[in-house]
Design a binder for this molecule. Sequence first.
Ligand SMILES: Nc1ncnc2c1ncn2[C@@H]1O[C@H](COP(=O)(O)OP(=O)(O)OP(=O)(O)O)[C@@H](O)[C@H]1O
Length: 267
Amino acid sequence: MNANPSFFAGTTAAALAPEVLDVRDLGKTFTLHLRGGLRLPVLQGVNLRLAAGECVALVGPSGQGKSTVMKCLHGNYAADTGRALLRTADGRRVDLLQADARELIALRQREIAYVSQFLRAVPRVSALDVVAERVLDAEAARRAEPIDEQALPELLASAREAARTLLARLNLPSGLWDLPPATFSGGEQQRVNIARALVVPATLLLLDEPSASLDALNRRVLVELILEARQRGSAVLGIFHDAEVRDAVASRCINLAENRALAMEAW
Ligand SMILES: Nc1ncnc2c1ncn2[C@@H]1O[C@H](COP(=O)(O)OP(=O)(O)OP(=O)(O)O)[C@@H](O)[C@H]1O
């Protein structure tokens, strides 16, 4: 499938699918306090919509703010303006830009998965458990209470099984599974990161250069996994500098530079 660079030129299926994310007027200015309060207006009036099962690629020159959009939606950066309404799996509408810390944690456990180029691994936790923990977190969030001690061994066993399956699919050597990923190569860490994000279905997948450190074999696995996530109904927003990966997974592209002007026409 070729990515379609025109704004809102989605597939018919995407047009019929329920809307998952509606971002309007997203704005972000960085203030550099160590540079005398220098202000960098990076995002202004960003609008985008994502339907279940579609993948939108953010494209455009370096430094334009693509990663900043992702970080605002994931709650790593506070946005200055706008709203980003996410329709959750149980049909609620949550503004990602206004969610408080507790709500953000819950959203990250159940609804939103984020892959960046960098894995922020907890020391001494094995690669297997970095992935399996996400399954347990999602289950605890689904039950809206911590998992009790009696249920834990069985849940942990099935979470580790799911983690093993995905790590094997991503060709991470089994000899590494019980080791903490801190000393892994860039590509190995990236694969743990991808497995952690994709081991449970997400309403919204945020992928910031997920193939940056992958070899050709694992890029193909990544493409398969993203297409399967779309098929399950995840809405995917991604930055893919690898054009082959982008063309294989994206249903349309948005260039932030063109976004503002075109969005004004569309609304
Ligand atoms: N935490 C920050 N503090 C100050 N400036 C920042 C911060 N994060 C990003 N920027 C600036 O915002 C601009 C946009 O950065 P961003 O990483 O979002 O761009 P990008 O489009 O993703 O670039 P690339 O394609 O090179 O990854 C850059 O000029 C960057 O220096």
